[in-house]
Design a protein around this ligand. Sequence first.
Ligand code: COA
Length: 200
Amino acid sequence: MSEFNIRSYQSGDRDAVYDICLKTGDSGKDASHQFTDPLVLGHIYAGPYMKYEPQSVFILSDENNLSGYIMGTMNSKAFYKWMNKEWLPILRNAYSEPSGDPSKWSRTEKTIKIFFMEMNKKLFEEFPAHLHIDLLPIAQGKGQGKLMMDHYITHLRNNHVTGVHLGLSIANNRAFNFYKKYGMHELERDEDSIFMGLHI
Ligand SMILES: CC(C)(COP(=O)(O)OP(=O)(O)OC[C@H]1O[C@@H](n2cnc3c(N)ncnc32)[C@H](O)[C@@H]1OP(=O)(O)O)[C@@H](O)C(=O)NCCC(=O)NCCS
């Protein structure tokens, strides 16, 4: 029986975190086959959090292996401002902007396109923090997701944050039901995504 343990992020975790991001990047399922570049997804959904707010990144370890993370920011507005000013320009230097007909772009190209756009994400005044949680299949369905959420909410509470939100793919039914069970409520949805919030 595996012994899971939640701990703070260390810089040596970075590559494994990027890998988990990819292995859960298709509405919770493995997205490896959708990407010719295995890093681009992590450059948006994992890397910036580890850089900007490493104290808000927590790791689920399973003996010596990393099997999940929960991460985010306490102040989404300041975080997106930093992404636009500091993070995305680095990516723009490292990648070429996709061109041609967007309807023909691969998922890699669609993700790289985000590097060249402003992060103009929805902000929810009552829920200034946001989070991402991803566990590998080996850690799913064993109560670890709930423990990770508890850990993260305690971290936010200790930092006097009073609300957190998240966005998820409309196709990720499992996550939607998990968050609802956790006590999050739907804030709004569009054709691709659902936003949920929790008062702390
Ligand atoms: C979604 C995810 C974080 C849930 O974590 P988990 O460890 O699998 O869930 P847990 O075992 O902690 O479940 C906690 C509770 O939620 C319930 N729950 C979990 N999934 C559920 C579902 N699909 N429907 C209803 N209840 C659910 C469990 O029964 C459990 O209830 P209990 O406390 O009464 O026993 C995890 O499965 C995951 O990382 N999936 C892949 C990546 C992903 O989709 N991330 C979210 C992206 S937005």
